[in-house]
Design a protein around this ligand. Structure first.
Ligand code: WTA
Length: 653
């Protein structure tokens, strides 16, 4: 499966620039030197459970202490069994006993420029109030609640309110369509949906409530819908089922106690793309997840009480869960949250916000950085950006050029950059620099977080030599790992714990350099990373094939200068259908309807046949070459009809 991308390795091998932490930064950091880093990693190596137990003792508030640190029956882990805690207590109540009660927990700006600030005390009241609303709607411990909201404070409030009463939430990204929403609601068997009339995006209103209405035609589990009034756009409210957030909140209680739940109580389900047409419900539980996100928030983002921290991810993705809500609030940080898109109204929106709120830590995606580069550095140079002290990236490999631009133009050569590798499945950051300790190099996520046992191996699980491509794996269970796929433990086992015996298979290719730094080479499965968003090529294929005029479809990624990877689709039509530009547009719209705008193909090519092996498997490797405009590399002898390939190429010319 893993195809070594030789040219890529070759070019990255020449990356020798090295940036040690600025001494002043290191002096005040949580982890101040490589010696401290190595001591922690060594402590975890020699006493794995003891190390994690000490962190859990220090970082989490326990309503009841655990009995066992780790129970491991591969691939099922239980961390801190017998313990009880509450994630919302951890993020809110704990801070109310100190001066932090009056500290800003959330500072928010909407796309139209409206602003709100909630102190920890105020956030606590709002969360309690909404927890009471949910209880009044009949939500009980273990019931699933879907959250489909724009980036407004209520998104965090709804998540924490669910956590407060032990109701696992499932946040669905606002860019998903009714169809995608319906599938997820039904998989989760959700009782309540929390949404808004609409959300602002690039000056337009995304009709969230209308999308929910579309989904609810076929979702028998849903009893109530709570609707936040955000954009005042027209909505239809179904009496008895649909309720306005502000009307329900009027009589709700402001002091709902956080329910202590078991360490392994599910905190949330988050759907993510895999290699089949059906998204996976990744299940995270309470204690281990809270430990992973709290500890990484402190050590990787070096959070201090003075910081204003901004992670630009939407709460619909795991980055928004772990590093907008749970991690930083648990660490008592001031979190800045923005509703809109980076380029609206102008490409300096981010930089303007950084100066306005004196943001000190910025965590964003390489795709955003590449879009800023394309817009021109003059947009950033108009702003001071002198409040920044730390920068971060996540979601895809960052090319060294983009890293250097981020370093010079945004960080002014002053701010360390943390390139963090992790996944929805891992819950928290796994490979990353610690900014006061680790010398960074552009393009590498550097070293494992202390206590995370990662390696690069071959198919048999043997570590590969230095600078050789292989599979990225985790060799021991870690606290914030996903516990299962919702209602499908077998698929969990198959996907992550069967490819390589005894190890967690991440689905990424990687190599280690002579200093042990990890260079992530991207996915080795049929998952593509489009603008930092995960997309299963099979999902897009199923969407295409569900159109009555499509006979067969194959979808592959192709390099894209901004998005990292773009979506290229090869489509064969039903007999007698002629390929037209109008049909191409119709198919693109069809994919948007089935999944959402993030899955819209950048290119659709009609072909009379797809390249297949004699056993009928589509040869995606060849399609990737065609889509990228490359000569097909490697072996084509398995191809059943070798003429197909040349026909595909001519179709392109
Ligand atoms: C990719 C996002 C290189 C990788 C937190 C992974 C990265 C997938 C990096 C997970 C990075 C994430 N360098 N690649 N720093 N961070 N990836 O689940 O392919 O949306 O498997 O989680 O993004 O995407 P997910």
């Amino acid at each position: 499966m893993l195809e070594p991308v030789a040219s890529e390795i070759e070019s990255l091998l020449h990356e020798e620039r090295m940036f040690p932490p600025p001494p002043d930064f290191a002096r005040h950091a949580h982890i101040r030197s490589m010696d401290e880093y190595r001591a922690l990693a060594q402590e975890a190596e020699t006493d794995y459970e003891g190390y994690w137990a000490r962190q859990a003792d220090r970082e989490l508030h326990w309503h009841r202490k655990w009995d066992t640190v780790l129970e491991w029956e591969e691939p099922f882990a239980k961390w801190f069994s017998g313990g009880q805690l509450n994630a919302s207590y951890q993020c809110l109540d704990r801070h109310l006993a100190s001066w932090r009660r009056n500290k800003a927990a959330l500072i928010w700006e909407g796309e139209p420029g409206d602003q709100r600030t909630l102190t920890y005390q105020q956030l606590y009241c709002e969360v309690s109030r909404f927890a009471s609303v949910l209880q009044n709607l009949g939500v009980k411990l273990g019931d699933r609640v879907i959250i489909y909201l724009p980036m407004v404070p209520e998104a965090a409030i709804a998540m924490l309110a669910c956590a407060r009463i032990g109701a696992p939430h499932s946040v669905i990204f606002g860019g998903f369509s009714s169809e995608a929403l319906k599938d997820r609601i039904n998989d989760a068997q959700a009782k309540v949906i929390v949404t808004a009339d609409g959300g602002w995006r690039r000056g337009k209103v995304i009709p969230l409530k209308a999308n929910v209405d579309g989904a609810l035609e076929n979702t028998p589990s849903v009893e109530h819908v709570v609707v936040l009034n955000r954009c005042n756009n027209d909505v239809t409210m179904k009496p008895g089922r649909d309720h306005w957030w502000h009307e329900l909140g009027e009589f709700a209680c402001l002091d709902v106690p956080a329910v202590p739940v078991d360490s392994e109580h599910p905190l949330f389900i988050l759907y993510t793309s895999g290699t089949t047409g059906k998204p996976k419900g990744v299940v995270h539980t309470t204690a281990g997840y809270m430990l992973g996100t709290t500890l990484t928030s402190k050590w990787v983002f070096d959070l201090k009480d003075e910081d204003v921290y901004w992670c630009t991810a939407d709460i619909g993705w795991v980055t928004g869960h772990s590093y907008v809500v749970y991690g930083p609030l648990s660490a008592g940080a001031t979190v800045f949250m923005y509703e809109g898109a980076p380029m609206t109204p102008q490409p300096d929106r981010f930089w303007q916000l950084i100066d306005k709120y004196k943001i000190s830590i910025l965590y964003t995606a390489p795709t955003a950085i590449r879009a800023f580069i394309q817009a021109g550095e003059q947009w950033a140079l108009r702003h001071k950006l002198d409040s920044l002290r730390l920068l971060g990236t996540v979601g895809e490999p960052i090319n060294p050029e983009a890293w250097m631009w981020y370093h010079h133009i945004i960080g002014k050569g002053r701010c360390p950059i943390v390139d963090t590798w992790w996944q929805t499945e891992t819950g928290s950051i796994m490979i990353t620099p610690l900014p006061g300790a680790t010398p960074t190099k552009p393009g590498t996520a550097t070293l494992p977080f202390p206590g995370i046992m990662v390696d690069v191996v071959d198919k048999a699980g043997q570590s590969v030599p230095v600078n050789t491509g292989g599979y990225l794996v985790v060799k021991r269970p870690w606290p914030s790992m996903m516990r299962t796929i919702y209602k499908d433990p077998e698929r969990f086992k198959q996907t992550y714990w069967s490819e390589i015996p005894g190890m967690y298979f991440a689905g990424d290719g990687a190599r280690r350099d002579s200093e042990g730094y990890f260079w992530i080479m991207g996915r080795v499965d049929d998952v593509i990373n489009v603008a930092g968003h995960r997309l299963g090529t099979m999902e897009v294929e199923s969407a295409l094939v569900s159109h009555p005029l499509v006979a067969e479809a194959a979808v592959v990624g192709r390099p894209d200068p901004i998005k990292g990877t773009g979506v290229a689709a090869f489509v064969t039509l039903q007999q007698g259908t002629s390929p037209t530009e109008a049909l191409k547009q119709e198919l693109m719209a069809h994919v948007v309807k089935e999944i959402g705008a993030i899955a819209r193909p950048d290119d659709i090519r009609f072909t009379d046949a797809l390249p297949k092996t004699r056993s009928g498997k589509i040869m995606r490797r060849l399609l990737r070459d065609v889509a990228a405009g490359r000569e097909a590399a490697g072996d084509t002898t398995a191809l059943e009809d070798s003429a197909v390939l040349s026909r595909l190429r001519t179709a392109e010319d």
